[in-house]
Write a protein that binds this ligand. Structure first.
Ligand code: ZN
Length: 457
């Protein structure tokens, strides 16, 4: 099967030009101007952008949390991702206490197999670090699971102590893995949560008020300091607070390999959303929480100046009905998370590129190229080049879309951006040479996605 994408404006992290892309089988085999080779199918991309497929390195599909499970599984979640122009996800496998990492990986591989419509990899969440688990980290890196997520929050559930975190960091110095950190001071937050509940403060907004920006900044600083002592890189996930960004910026100014991602919710939503009437604020209960409106500008600046390197979604949807309502009368029981896997590219294009906050090349870098490089997928993924996987998005920069839970494909009964109009949307999506979204219609197949063995540093 061959495919010729003709006349589009090809955009990578560094280039922008009009050209044709030839795809043979699963790979891009040639790029040129006015290619005349015969192909099984020709797609006219005139007046459209051709981007490398989006890479979302932070998703939680089919994830148990707080007595329920995130509403999208690997089928619905990856189909929604495809509609939004994302062709690769890196999800999180979870090691529960007493479990080996291998057992955890097997469990998550089963969730994805036969279901994922796009390619996927896994980070491994470590919740218990023994000598044996340390050795297993090496084996996982060899198997292509080259990043590990640790938590400084959720004591008793996910949180690791500093000694364990430090040991894991040291280990990645030997095995070439990368540590991803959920940086919030869990001990402090737990005390604040108990205090709020004891005072009868149970509404959703107290989720945010008990997770101060300084608790994120403190943990971000500590995580970077531990990585500095260990002499290894570190990647901070879902950075939300400008106080935390200052810690990353300071470290990078000193030349440390500190990396961080932020997410669209922190760029487009804010604390005010928690004050929506009734229980509506629960829609935005996620960790870290939404911050002040002023934070949005700081984060955009961080993205523009490369103090932040990636935009992922932390897609972790829970329905209002029967899921978020578990926390009616007690904000601490609201499942943490919100949907976002499908809306990332349009939101960031509209709010970032169209509004002049970031360049078109930077958009591609933040949503595809940099995550591919940081997480061992480049140059197979993350660019448009001969030899790379034919993962491409044909993007209509003038198409207007009104975001709504009714028309989006994520399996969740609300959308945090309900009613917002964005200009710029996916038209056609190609995953390893197969057209999986054809002029807005899903033509892919559940189970067609492959597990990605990622490289070590
Ligand atoms: Zn997450």
């Amino acid at each position: 099967m061959s495919l010729l994408v003709k006349g589009g404006t090809i955009v990578t992290a560094t280039d922008q030009y009009t050209g044709d892309v030839l795809v043979e089988g699963e790979k891009i085999t040639a790029i040129g101007t006015a290619l005349t080779v015969p192909a099984d199918r020709v797609i006219d991309a005139t007046r459209k952008y051709v981007f490398p497929g989006g890479i979302d390195v932070h998703t939680h599909l089919d994830m148990p949390f707080g007595g329920t499970t995130s509403a999208d599984d690997f089928e619905s979640g990856t189909i929604a991702a495809a509609h939004g122009g994302t062709t690769t996800v890196v999800d999180f496998a979870i090691q529960y206490k007493g479990q080996t990492l291998h057992h955890a990986l097997e469990a998550w591989a089963k969730k994805a197999e036969g279901k994922a419509a796009i390619d996927y990899g896994f980070h491994m969440i470590i919740t218990e670090l023994s000598d044996q688990v340390e050795q297993e980290m090496d084996a996982l890196v060899r198997q292509g699971v080259t990043s590990f997520k640790l938590f400084m929050a959720y004591p008793g559930v996910f949180m690791l102590d500093d000694a364990s975190i430090f040991r894991a960091l040291l280990r990645t110095g030997k095995n070439g893995g990368t540590i991803c950190m959920h940086a919030e001071n869990g001990g402090v937050i737990d005390v604040l949560v108990k205090k709020a509940l004891a005072e009868g403060n149970t509404a959703p907004k107290y989720h945010a008020l008990t997770r101060p920006a300084r608790a994120e900044a403190e943990a971000t600083h500590r995580a970077i300091a531990l990585a500095e002592i260990a002499g290894v890189p570190i990647y901070i996930v879902h950075l939300s607070a400008s106080e935390a960004l200052e810690m990353v910026t300071e470290a990078r100014d000193r030349g440390l390999p500190a990396y961080a991602e932020t997410c669209p919710q922190y760029l487009f939503l804010s604390y005010e959303n928690y004050e929506e009437p009734g229980f509506e604020g629960a829609k935005y209960v996620m960790s870290p929480p939404l911050r002040s409106k002023e934070t949005q500008d700081r984060l955009w600046r961080g993205l523009a100046f490369n103090d932040l390197q990636a935009i992922s979604t932390d897609h972790c949807p829970f329905c209002m009905k029967e899921q978020k309502t578990l926390g009616e009368g007690d904000f601490s029981k609201i499942p943490n998370g919100a949907p976002g896997i499908e809306t990332r590219m349009s939101l960031v294009y509209d709010g970032g590129v169209r509004s002049g906050r970031i360049s078109l090349n930077r958009f591609v870098e933040l949503t595809s190229t940099a995550p591919a490089k940081i997480f061992g997928l480049f140059p197979r993924k993350g660019t448009i080049a001969p030899g790379s996987d034919a993962d491409m998005v044909i993007f209509d920069s003038e198409k207007k879309v009104r975001l709504s839970a009714k028309t989006l494909h994520m399996k969740v009964d609300y959308n945090p951006y309900e009613g917002r109009e964005v200009t710029g949307a996916t038209d056609t999506v190609i995953s390893r040479g197969r057209v999986i979204v054809d002029s807005g219609r899903f033509t892919g197949r559940a189970g067609a996605g492959s597990f990605l063995k990622r490289s070590a540093r």
